[in-house]
Design a protein around this ligand. Structure first.
Ligand SMILES: [Zn+2]
Length: 499
């Protein structure tokens, strides 16, 4: 077991002595300074190792409080020499926000000066608080000093000092070497060791002063906001220099039975602001007329105070003003409140619109199925008449051969494909496979959907589309896929190029 090394012993006269300040061996006349130990020490002052005290008899004591006691002694001695104790800087800050939510902050730093005239160890400040040292300055100020060697003061310790409202610092000696001598210790304690405030009355005073300054500044800023708002309110009711408002719109979204959607929206606008503005804490309240007939309330307020704005149950226009915004129409944010009746009215309008649109869908479907019936029942000549009318062409003089797989003549199926898939569909992609099984063409022509008939149609369409591609009406974009290019050509006869 290694010997416990101590650098400071307590002399018989009650003064702390460094190992360098005593005689060798038992003649040092020192005891261990640790509380509950006080056993005799021996000064080891050999020529090889650093000098140290050790306990004369083995006690199990570590001599922990030696440096702590020595530091207190150094403070007491320094005070009798009227030396300066360096104190930590005092940093005071205070911040608060103005009406618009902008922060106003002020900060001050003070470098305090403390010349000691007296220092006393172990001073009882109240029943629960004994300071390591209390020192008085030349100016008569009291300062408690806590020496930190193994245990730093926690928040509880700090609160004890604020409770008695005594200035207190903590000096951190935890990183010092064990054998630091008297002069070194003096420099550490008075100047260089880390130190911090546990409680600082000046900091509180500083912050009170800063609070007063910040609060006054905010009052001034808020006053300016309200003055600007009053100018704006006046400009609204006199109709002069009206700001460029972006009016919020009310919208209702509806879905039709064919899953298409539509929107009905209204943008209510104030047509006249009355000149009856009354101030409240964050702005002005007044009244106005919407669309020349509906009376509403208006609240004009500084942005960021929306939650504080109280409204009645009548329709109200909230205009929040943000001075920080530079572009004119962004300075104001408008929103409506208490407009449930307006919304209900819009909902009714949208429902009426919905019924009308649904009827149109029914009409369209009926018209289409009537056309399908008519076309299907017509003979080949009439079918050609119908298709040619759609294209504005004269029909062929002679009807071509009937094809089983299409359930129609060559003229008819080609013209039907041209009319519904190619004509006027520039940029549209068509596919021979799709056309061969197209439900709309099937509903018109009533062709067989069995596999053989489908295969025949697919090949026929494929050949024909290839031909149209060679003629420059289609662009090839895949094996069976084509894009419609110049389908507007009126002079083209779809039924030509039969073989
Ligand atoms: Zn001891």
């Amino acid at each position: 077991m290694s010997e416990v090394k101590i650098a400071w012993g307590l002399g018989v006269d009650g003064i702390m002595r460094h190992i360098s300040e005593v005689k060798k061996g038992k003649a040092c006349d020192c005891v261990c300074p640790s509380v509950n130990c006080s056993s005799p020490l021996i000064a080891n002052q050999g020529s090889k190792k650093a000098h140290y005290f050790s306990h004369k008899a083995h006690t199990g004591c570590g001599g922990e409080s030696a440096l702590h006691l020595a530091a207190k002694q150094v403070l007491e001695d320094s005070a009798s020499e009227n030396l300066h104790l360096i104190l930590p800087e005092i940093h005071g800050t205070y911040s608060s926000t103005d009406m618009a939510g902008e922060t106003v902050e002020k900060a001050l730093v003070q470098v305090p000066n403390f010349q000691m005239v007296k220092a006393q160890q172990e001073v009882k400040l109240n029943t629960a608080l004994i300071a390591d040292v209390v020192s008085q300055s030349t100016k008569g100020e009291n300062l408690a000093v806590e020496i930190f060697v193994t245990n730093a003061k926690d928040e509880v310790g700090e609160r004890k000092y604020s409770a008695v409202d005594v200035d207190a610092i903590e000096i951190d000696l935890s990183v010092l070497p064990w054998n630091v001598d008297r002069n070194e210790l003096k420099v550490f304690v008075l100047k260089t060791a880390n130190r911090r405030w546990l409680h600082c009355r000046k900091k509180c005073q500083l912050e009170k002063k800063l609070k007063l300054q910040v609060d006054n500044e905010i009052i001034e800023i808020n006053r300016r906001y309200l003055a600007n708002l009053y100018t704006i309110a006046k400009s609204l009711s006199t109709n002069l220099n009206i700001p460029n408002f972006t009016w919020p719109s009310l919208t209702v979204n509806k879905e039709l039975s064919n899953s298409e959607r539509f929107i009905v929206s209204r943008e209510p606008k104030v047509t006249h602001f009355n000149d009856d503005w009354l101030p409240f804490k964050y702005g002005y309240k007044g009244t106005a007329v919407v669309e020349k007939k509906v009376n509403i309330d208006v609240v004009l307020f500084v942005v960021n105070n929306l939650r504080q704005v109280m409204t009645h149950s009548s329709p109200t226009l909230l205009i929040s003003y943000d001075e920080q915004m530079n572009i004119d129409n962004l300075q104001f944010n408008l929103r409506w409140k208490n407009i449930d009746t307006w919304r209900e009215k819009l909902e009714k309008i949208a429902n009426a619109e919905l019924i009308k649109k649904e009827q149109e869908i029914v009409n369209r479907t009926q018209k289409r199925s009537a056309f399908v019936q008519y076309f299907k029942n017509a003979n080949e000549t009439v079918k050609m008449q119908i298709l040619c009318k759609k294209l504005g062409l004269r029909q062929p003089e002679q009807l071509s051969k009937y094809v089983y797989c299409w359930n129609s003549s060559w003229d008819v199926w080609r013209t039907a494909v041209w009319v519904y898939k190619i004509h006027g569909n520039k940029g549209y992609i068509i596919d021979a496979n799709d056309i061969a099984s197209d439900p709309w063409l099937e509903s018109l022509l009533g062709f067989s959907i069995d596999y053989e008939a489908y295969e025949s149609r697919r090949k026929m369409v494929g050949f024909w589309l290839k031909k149209l591609f060679e003629l420059g009406y289609l662009k090839r974009v895949g094996w069976t896929k084509y894009e419609v290019e110049s389908s507007q050509l009126k002079s083209f006869l779809p039924w030509s190029y039969i073989r």
